[in-house]
Design a protein around this ligand. Structure first.
Ligand code: PY5
Length: 304
C-alpha cells in the first residue's frame, strides 16, 4: 500500500524503516493486532470489523507487558479510518497495528524506553484455504503456559512459539498446527482458536487454558445463538475429543475467519468434508462482517 500510519503521520511505506538495534527486533517487545476490513459492493463501503474491541485488546496487551501506547483507543480507530481512506482501499484488507519498543538499546529494562505505534494495511485473501477444509497436526511443542507468560496478551516475541509449531506441522505435510497446553489439553492453533462440534453442540477451550481470547471466538459465541439456538460451551478439550468430533473448525477473524478442519493427525474428521454447522457458522459470520446483519452493525466502522 502507498501509505502506512506511523506515530500520527501518513508515511510512504518504503520510508517506514527501523534501525538495526531496535529493541523489539532483538527481544520481541511489541504488541500487535490483526484486524479485518471488508468491502461491501452493495453499500459501496468498507467496514472495519470490531475495530474498537481490537484496540481494547491492544491496550490491554500493552498494559500487561508494560509497553506504553501513546494513543488512545478512539484515536487508533480514527487513525485506521484515515489510513484506509488515504490508500483509497476498496477491497478486503488485513490491518496490522503494532506498538513496539523502538529505542536502540540492548538493555532488558524497558521502563522509560521510547515506543512507536504503526498501522499497516495489507491486501489479504484467505490465510488458510477454507474451501475443502484444512489438515492439522497436533504438534509436540506445547503452548506457552499462562504461568510462564500471560497468553491473553498478544505480544510479538511469544509468536516464536507459533512459528516453531507451524514449522513442525508444515514440514510434516500438514496445513496447520494445533498446540496442547502444559496440562495436555487443546489450547489453540498457531494463530487461531479451535472449536469442535459434537452432537450439535459447540465446544471451545476456556480462556484459562493458555489461549489468546480471540475476537472471532467471541463473535462466534455471540452469533451462534441466532443459528437455531446453537449453544457454545467453554470447556477443556482432550486431544482424542478432536479425533471423535463431528466437526472441527478454526477461528481467527483477522486471518483464518472460520476455517473447517477435516483431518487431524491423519484421522478423518466427520466425513472428511466441511460440516454443516461449520458452514452455517461460517456463512453467517461472513454476512455479519460484511454488514448484512443489522443487529451487529454496531460492530462495524464504516470507512467512507
Ligand atoms: N490465537 C492466536 C495465537 C492468534 O494469533 C490469533 C489471531 C487468534 C487466536 C484468533 O484471534 P482473533 O479472532 O482475535 O483474530 N491470529 C493472528 C492475527 O492477529 C495471526 C497472526 C499470524 O491475525
Amino acid at each position: 500500500m502507498k501509505y502506512v500510519w506511523v506515530d500520527g503521520k501518513l508515511v510512504p511505506e518504503r520510508e517506514a524503516v527501523i534501525p538495526i538495534l531496535t529493541h523489539a527486533l532483538h527481544y520481541g517487545t511489541s504488541v500487535f493486532e490483526g484486524i479485518r476490513a471488508y468491502w461491501n459492493s452493495e453499500s459501496n463501503n468498507l467496514y472495519i470489523f470490531r475495530a474498537r474491541d481490537h484496540y481494547v485488546r491492544f491496550h490491554n496487551s500493552a498494559k500487561i507487558m508494560g509497553i506504553r501506547v501513546n494513543y488512545g483507543i478512539d484515536e487508533l480507530v480514527d487513525a485506521t479510518v484515515e489510513l484506509l481512506k488515504a490508500n483509497e482501499v476498496r477491497e478486503n484488507v488485513y490491518i496490522r497495528p503494532i506498538t513496539f519498543v523502538s529505542a536502540s538499546t540492548v538493555n532488558l529494562d524497558i521502563r522509560d524506553l521510547e515506543t512507536t505505534t504503526a498501522i499497516i494495511a495489507i491486501p489479504f485473501g484467505h490465510y488458510l484455504e477454507p474451501r475443502g477444509g484444512v489438515k492439522a497436526k497436533v504438534v509436540s511443542w506445547l503452548r506457552v503456559h499462562n504461568s510462564m507468560f500471560p497468553m491473553r496478551a498478544k505480544v510479538g516475541g511469544i509468536y516464536v512459539n507459533s512459528v516453531i509449531a507451524l514449522l513442525d506441522a508444515k514440514v510434516s505435510g500438514f496445513d496447520e498446527a494445533i498446540l496442547l497446553n502444559r496440562d495436555g489439553y487443546v489450547a489453540e492453533g498457531s494463530g487461531e482458536n479451535v472449536f469442535i462440534v459434537k452432537d450439535g453442540v459447540l465446544y471451545t477451550p476456556p480462556t484459562y487454558d493458555s489461549i489468546l481470547e480471540g475476537i472471532t471466538r467471541d463473535t462466534v459465541i455471540t452469533i451462534a445463538r441466532d443459528l437455531g439456538g446453537l449453544t457454545v460451551i467453554e470447556k477443556r478439550i482432550a486431544r482424542e475429543e478432536l479425533y471423535t468430533a463431528d466437526e472441527v473448525f478454526f477461528t481467527g477473524g483477522t486471518a483464518a475467519e472460520v476455517t473447517p478442519v477435516v483431518n487431524i493427525d491423519g484421522r478423518v474428521i466427520g466425513n472428511g468434508e466441511p460440516g454443516p454447522i461449520t458452514l452455517k457458522v461460517r456463512n453467517y459470520y461472513m454476512d455479519v462482517v460484511h454488514g448484512k446483519v443489522s443487529k451487529y452493525m454496531n460492530w462495524l466502522t464504516p470507512v467512507y
